[in-house]
Ligand binder design. Structure first.
Ligand code: 7PM
Length: 298
C-alpha cells in the first residue's frame, strides 16, 4: 500500500486525499496574528475537517500573481497561532510558505507537511525539512509571483515541468528526505498561460507515471477555470469540483481545494462509479463485487 509519511501521520494513498485551504490573511478590521484572524481561521479549519478534509493547508502569504510579499515576522505571526490552535485536532497540518524562516517556526509548532511553491529552493530549506519528520510538496513555478504571469514561455511545457520536478525530487532525496515524504505539483497558474495549464492538466497521468511520486493538484477557483466557464472567482465551485474529479481520475493523490464538502462527495462518486483507470479502481473492477465495495467513510 502506497503511503505518505507526514509528520505525526501515515496517510494511506488508496483514495485521493482532500487538502482544505485555510487562508490567514488580515481582513480590513484586523491584522494577522491578532485574536480575530486566528480565531476566524481556526473556525474555518474546523468546518473543513467536519466536511471531510484529510489535510489542512495553512497559508499566511497570498501568492496571487502581482501580490506584494509579506515580511517574515508577519507571516509567522499569522500562521503559527493557527497551527497551535489546530494541533489537538488529529488532522495533518500543512504550511503554505516559501520562506525557510517560516518553515522553521511552523516545524517548531508541529506542522506535518511543508507546502512550498518554490520547491525548497530557499537557502537551507532542503536541510530544514530533511531534519524534520515532515512531508513536503515540491511545486513548479516559472518566475516570481509578482511577475510570473506577464509572459510565461516554454518550448515544451510538459517536458520542462516534468524535468524540473524530477530534479527537485532528486535534490530532496539527496538531502535525505525519504521518497515516502515527497509530493510533486505542476503548479497550475504559476507562470503559465491558459494553453500551458491545459497541456499540463491533460498530461497529469503521464507525469504521474514518469515521476513515480504522488502528485498534488491545485486548480480550485483558478483563472483557468474562469477562462473555461466565463465566471468570476466566486462562481467557480462546480468547475473546481469537475477539475478535482478529473485530476483524481488521472491519478493525482492529493487535491487542494477551497470547497471541501463538494469535492469529498464528488470523489466518492468517482470511486464508486468511475471507469477503472487508477490502481484502486482497477482492483475493485477486477473483483466484480456486487453491492457496496467501500465503506461510507472509507
Ligand atoms: C490568490 C490567488 C491567493 C491564488 C492564492 C492563490 C497552490 C499552492 C497556491 C498550488 C500548491 C491558490 C493560490 N496554489 N500550493 N498554493 N499548489 N502546492 O489558488 O496550486 O490557492 S496559492
Amino acid at each position: 500500500m502506497q503511503k505518505l509519511l507526514c509528520g505525526r501521520f501515515e496517510l494511506l494513498l488508496h483514495r485521493p486525499l482532500v487538502m482544505g485551504i485555510v487562508n490567514v490573511t488580515p481582513d480590513s478590521f484586523s491584522d494577522g496574528g491578532c485574536f480575530d484572524s486566528t480565531a476566524a481561521a481556526a473556525a474555518h479549519a474546523r468546518k473543513l475537517v467536519e466536511a471531510g478534509a484529510d489535510i489542512l493547508d495553512i497559508g499566511g502569504e497570498s501568492t496571487r500573481p502581482g501580490a506584494a510579499t509579506v515580511p517574515v515576522e508577519e507571516e509567522i505571526r499569522r500562521v503559527v497561532p493557527v497551527l497551535q490552535a489546530l494541533q489537538s485536532m488529529n488532522v495533518p497540518l500543512s504550511v503554505d510558505t516559501r520562506k525557510p524562516e517560516v518553515m522553521r517556526a511552523a516545524l517548531e509548532a508541529g506542522v506535518d507537511l511543508v507546502n512550498d511553491i518554490a520547491a525548497l529552493e530557499g537557502v537551507g530549506a532542503l536541510e530544514l525539512v530533511a531534519q524534520s519528520g515532515a512531508a513536503v510538496c515540491l511545486m513548479h513555478k516559472q518566475g516570481d509571483p509578482r511577475s510570473m504571469q506577464s509572459a510565461p514561455e516554454y518550448a515544451d511545457v510538459v517536458a520542462e515541468v516534468t524535468n524540473y520536478l524530477a530534479a527537485r525530487r532528486d535534490a530532496a532525496l539527496a538531502a535525505g528526505i525519504a521518497r515516502e515524504r515527497i509530493l510533486l505539483d505542476p503548479g497550475f497558474g504559476f507562470g503559465k498561460t491558459f494553453e500551458h495549464n491545459v497541456a499540463l492538466f491533460r498530461a497529469l497521468a503521464a507525469m504521474r507515471q514518469e515521476l513515480g511520486c504522488p502528485l498534488l493538484v491545485g486548480v480550485s477557483r483558478k483563472s483557468m477555470l474562469g477562462q473555461i466557464t466565463g465566471k468570476p472567482v466566486g462562481e467557480r465551485a462546480s468547475a473546481s469540483v469537475a477539475a478535482a474529479v478529473l485530476a483524481a481520475q488521472a491519478g493525482a493523490e492529493v487535491i487542494r481545494v477551497h470547497d471541501v464538502a463538494g469535492t469529498v462527495d464528488a470523489l466518492k462518486v468517482l470511486r464508486t462509479l468511475g471507469v477503472a483507470c487508477c490502481e484502486a479502481l482497477r482492483d475493485n473492477a477486477r473483483l466484480s463485487v456486487k453491492g457496496p465495495v467501500l465503506g461510507p467513510n472509507d
